[in-house]
Design a protein around this ligand. Structure first.
Ligand SMILES: NC(=O)c1ccc[n+]([C@@H]2O[C@H](COP(=O)([O-])OP(=O)(O)OC[C@H]3O[C@@H](n4cnc5c(N)ncnc54)[C@H](O)[C@@H]3O)[C@@H](O)[C@H]2O)c1
Ligand SMILES: O=C(O)CC[C@@H](O)C(=O)O
Length: 409
C-alpha cells in the first residue's frame, strides 16, 4: 500500500449527501479509514466549520462549494463530485487554492437516458394525466392526444454522453432523432445534427435538454422558444434547473400549447427531503415532476461511488490528476523506493527555475519530473531518491508563488 506523508489514519474524508457505500469500501481498501458520512448536504456556517479540518470532501449536487467555503477549507486537498455536474463548485476558486476537483462523467448517463425515454413514452400517451385522474376517481378512457413514439421526432439539445445514448435508444423505438449542439458531433445511427436551436424546436415532437449549466444555457428555453415549438409538443428537462423558465412552461401547459412536460431539475430545489417543493408546475396533470433523480439508480450510484473514490485515492496516493475538471492533468507512474513531491503553484515566470535551484543547491538528484500548467496554475511532480523530500521541503514551500506542497513515499 502506498504511503502519504501524513499517516493515512489522519487523512480525513467527509462524504455528504448520502454518497453510496461503495465509495467508503474503495477508501477503506486503500487504507483510508477516517471517513465520515452524512445523509444530507451541509450549508452556510455549518459547512464552513465542518470543511475546515477535512482533507477530502465528497458531495453531490446540493452542496454549494463557493469561494468563501474554500477560504474556510484550510486543509482541503481535493473535492469528489459524486455526479456529473460541477456547477455547484467554484472551480476557479478551488484551483487557486490548489484543490483538485474530480467528478463521474459517465456513471449515471444511462440512467438519465432511460428515464427520459420512459417519460417520452408516457407523455405521448397522456399517461401522467390519466393516472392522476384515476387516482381522483375519474376514468379518462380515450385515444385523444395519445400517440406512439414510432415515427415521432425527438429533438436532443446537447449531444454529449447522455444525449447521444438517448439518441441510440430512441432510434431503436423507431423515432427520428435530430440534435443541436454547439460542437459539431458525429451523429450516431441515423440522427441528424441541425444548425440552430430554432430549427430543432420547429421540427421536434419532443424536445429534451442535455446541456450543462453554463452562461450560454441559462434560460435557454423561455416563452420565445416555447412559442417556436410545435403545437402539442412535449418538453423534457433533466439537465439543470436554470435551463428552462418555469412560468412560461406552466402557461404553455395550461393553454395546451404543449401536451406535456417532464421536469427533473428546478431553478430552486428543496435543500433536503424535509423541505416543501414549490413550483408553478404543481397540480398540472400532464407534467411529470421528479425530485432531481435522473441519475439516481442503484447501479449508477454504486458506480459513481467507485469511480470518484478511486480518483481521490489515486490523487492522494500517487498525485495523478487525470480527468480532474479544474486542474492541470498529470498521469504519473508508481514511484517505488523514491520520494515524490507534489508542488502546486501560481503559473508565473520564475517558479520552476526557483524549484530546480532548490534541488541543485541541496545536491538532491531529481529522478523524474512531470509538469503541467494551465493559465493560472502549475502542477509539478518531482521524484527524488528516498529521503530527499525532507531535505528540500521547507525551501520548496518558501518558493514565491507556491500554493501547496505534499509529499508521498
Ligand atoms: N437530472 C440528473 O440527475 C442529471 C444526471 C446527470 C447529468 N445531469 C446534467 O446533464 C448534463 C449533461 O450531461 P452529459 O453527461 O450529457 O454532459 P456532456 O458534457 O457529455 O454533454 C453536454 C453537451 O452539451 C453541449 N453544449 C454545451 N453548451 C451548449 C449550448 N449552449 N447549446 C447546445 N449544446 C451545448 C456540449 O457540447 C456537449 O456535447 C450535465 O451537465 C448535468 O448538468 C443531470
Ligand atoms: O446526485 C445528484 O445530486 C444529482 C446529480 C446529477 O444532476 C449529475 O449532475 O450527475
Amino acid at each position: 500500500m502506498s504511503k502519504t506523508s501524513l499517516d493515512k489514519s489522519k487523512i480525513k474524508f467527509l462524504l455528504l449527501e448520502g454518497i453510496h457505500p461503495s465509495a467508503v469500501d474503495v477508501l477503506a481498501a486503500a487504507g483510508y479509514t477516517n471517513v465520515e458520512t452524512l445523509p444530507a448536504a451541509l450549508q452556510g456556517e455549518e459547512l464552513k466549520a465542518r470543511i475546515a479540518d477535512v482533507h477530502f470532501i465528497g458531495i453531490r449536487s446540493r452542496t454549494q462549494l463557493t469561494a468563501e467555503v474554500f477560504e474556510a477549507a484550510k486543509k482541503l486537498v481535493a473535492v469528489g463530485a459524486f455526479c456529473i455536474g460541477t456547477n455547484q463548485i467554484d472551480l476557479q476558486a478551488a484551483r487557486e487554492k490548489g484543490v483538485a476537483v474530480f467528478n463521474a462523467p459517465y456513471s449515471n448517463t444511462r440512467s438519465v437516458a432511460e428515464l427520459v425515454l420512459g417519460e417520452a413514452i408516457l407523455l405521448l400517451r397522456g399517461i401522467p394525466e390519466k393516472n392522476a385522474v384515476a387516482h381522483r376517481g375519474g376514468w379518462l378512457k380515450s385515444a385523444t392526444n395519445s400517440f406512439e413514439t414510432r415515427g415521432k421526432t425527438l429533438g436532443i439539445v446537447g449531444y454529449g454522453s447522455i444525449g447521444s445514448q438517448l439518441s441510440v435508444l430512441a432510434e431503436a423505438l423507431g423515432m427520428h432523432v435530430v440534435f443541436y449542439d454547439v460542437v459539431t458531433k458525429l451523429p450516431l445511427g441515423n440522427a441528424h445534427q441541425v444548425g440552430s436551436l430554432d430549427e430543432l424546436l420547429a421540427q421536434s415532437d419532443i424536445v429534451t435538454l442535455h446541456v450543462p449549466e453554463l452562461p450560454s444555457t441559462k434560460w435557454m428555453i423561455g416563452a420565445k422558444q416555447i412559442a417556436q415549438m410545435k403545437e402539442g409538443a412535449i418538453l423534457i428537462n433533466a439537465s439543470r434547473g436554470t435551463v428552462v423558465e418555469i412560468e412560461p412552461l406552466a402557461e404553455a401547459i395550461k393553454s395546451k400549447k404543449l401536451l406535456g412536460a417532464a421536469i427533473d431539475v428546478f431553478p430552486v430545489e428543496p435543500k433536503s427531503n424535509k423541505e416543501e417543493f414549490q413550483s408553478p408546475l404543481r397540480g398540472l396533470d400532464n407534467v411529470i415532476l421528479t425530485p432531481h433523480i435522473g441519475g439516481s439508480t442503484m447501479e449508477a450510484q454504486a458506480n459513481i461511488g467507485l469511480e470518484v473514490a478511486e480518483k481521490l485515492v489515486r490523487y492522494s496516493d500517487n498525485g495523478t490528476t487525470i480527468t480532474s475538471v479544474n486542474f492541470p492533468e498529470v498521469a504519473l507512474p508508481a514511484h517505488p523506493g523514491r520520494d515524490r513531491i507534489l508542488h502546486i503553484h501560481k503559473n508565473v515566470p520564475g517558479v520552476m527555475s526557483a524549484i530546480n535551484q532548490v534541488f541543485s543547491q541541496a545536491h538532491i538528484n531529481v529522478a523524474a519530473q512531470f509538469l503541467q500548467t494551465d493559465e493560472a496554475v502549475g502542477y509539478v511532480v518531482i521524484d527524488t531518491e528516498a529521503g530527499g523530500a525532507a531535505k528540500v521541503l521547507e525551501q520548496l514551500k518558501a518558493v514565491p508563488g507556491t500554493i501547496r506542497t505534499r509529499v508521498l513515499f
